[in-house]
Design a protein around this ligand. Structure first.
Ligand code: NDP
Length: 331
């Protein structure tokens, strides 16, 4: 069975990708920032046969040559899934904390594979709706042809654009690398919007924090919820499957995939939680105002179904399982 290098193995999305890969029989090496984190991953999969799961330490993806050793393995890797990138709820320096790691991490791994891992056939990178969205001039329908027009100067000057810039520039350098360097592998970009889903780790990922706030009663007395921001979402389990299908389906190569289940808003999330977890009703905002716009942008997620064969879970199912996982962890 094929062997996969999965970067950012401790991450929320990567932990679900790892589950799907192992369920389907792949051998996986995860990159992590420390031995302790690697041992935690091994301990949480202690039922996996010897040799099927290992880790390699890559402390900082932004460092020159960070992946040069990690991409070399015996037997060699067939595929690389690159999820590692900063997705913080706060940061100090946009260049040092967001832009450099996202961009250098992407070019670093592509260069490392080209130089040291000729067996790799395909690289899948976790990009984002952040690389698609165009707030200044939104199209009627977002799809894989849409690109965020953010500039470097805007991303550095405006803190609200730094993360979006990091994902946009990182994806762009990846496509440019394929074009200019003609490596022996092809590329797939996976572009999810807000990702929710069961928490599998002992830390809470950034996007699930709003669900935590709802069920902890942070907005119980308010009619106004915090702004939804992005009115599109996907369940992390469907997103994980999309990453794995992206290495399995030959026709996926050379494509972006806009992996979204559809529209949502904070009010719709709260309503779903009220339905699936009525015992939490008193903690939830009672009758919140919905900020979902009358004329919201549309989306076309058809390529995901057509090419990858992935179907999407409902928001209700996602919230049912997300809240159950969080209740055990935080309440
Ligand atoms: P997490 O923060 O859970 O995971 C990020 C991973 O990247 C962690 O393993 C982290 O390591 C690693 N990482 C970050 N910076 C560095 C660095 N400088 N050097 C080495 N490793 C680093 O985020 P998600 O799982 O949610 O996100 C994964 C990917 O998906 C990211 O590329 C993100 O941009 C993208 N994405 C996420 C969305 C979401 O809603 N969650 C939406 C759209 C895209 P450690 O844990 O040790 O810090």
């Amino acid at each position: 069975m094929a062997k996969v290098l999965l970067t950012g193995g401790t991450g929320f999305i990567a932990s679900h990708i790892l589950n799907v890969l192992l369920e389907r029989g792949y051998s996986v090496t995860a990159t992590v920032r420390s031995i302790t984190k690697g041992e935690t991953i091994l301990a949480s999969h202690n039922n996996i046969p010897n040799g099927k799961l290992s880790y390699v330490v890559v402390p900082d993806i932004a460092a020159e040559g960070a992946f040069d050793l990690a991409v070399q393995s015996t037997p060699p890797f067939d595929y690389v899934i690159h999820t590692a990138s900063p997705f913080p709820d706060s940061f100090i320096d946009p260049v040092k904390d967001l832009l450099n790691p996202a961009i250098n991490g992407t070019t670093g791994i592509l260069k490392g594979i080209k130089a040291h891992a000729p067996s790799v056939k395909r690289v899948v990178i976790t990009s984002s709706f952040a690389a698609i969205v165009n707030t200044a001039s939104p199209p009627k329908v977002y799809d894989e042809t849409s690109w965020n027009p953010v500039t470097w100067d805007e991303a550095v000057a405006d803190r609200s654009l730094a993360y979006r810039g990091s994902k946009t520039f990182a994806e762009k350098v990846a496509w440019e690398f394929i074009e200019k360097e003609s490596p022996g592998f092809d590329l797939v970009a996976i572009n999810p919007p807000l990702v929710y889903g069961p928490n599998t780790l002992n830390s809470l990922n950034t996007s699930n924090q709003r669900i935590r706030d709802f069920i902890q009663g942070k907005h119980a007395t308010a009619n106004e919820l915090p702004p939804t921001g992005t009115f599109l979402w996907v369940d992390v389990r469907d997103l994980a499957l999309a990453h794995v299908r992206a290495i399995e389906v030959p026709e996926a190569g050379g494509n972006r995939f806009f992996v979204t289940a559809g529209h949502c808003s904070n009010k719709r999330i709260v309503d779903a939680i009220r339905e699936t977890h009525p015992e939490l009703a008193l903690r939830l905002p009672r009758d919140p105002v919905d900020d979902f716009p009358g004329r919201c942008y549309g989306f076309d997620n058809g390529r995901v179904g057509r090419v990858l064969g992935v179907e999407f879970r409902s928001l209700r199912e996602c919230m049912r399982d997300t809240v159950s996982s969080l209740v055990a962890y935080i309440l």
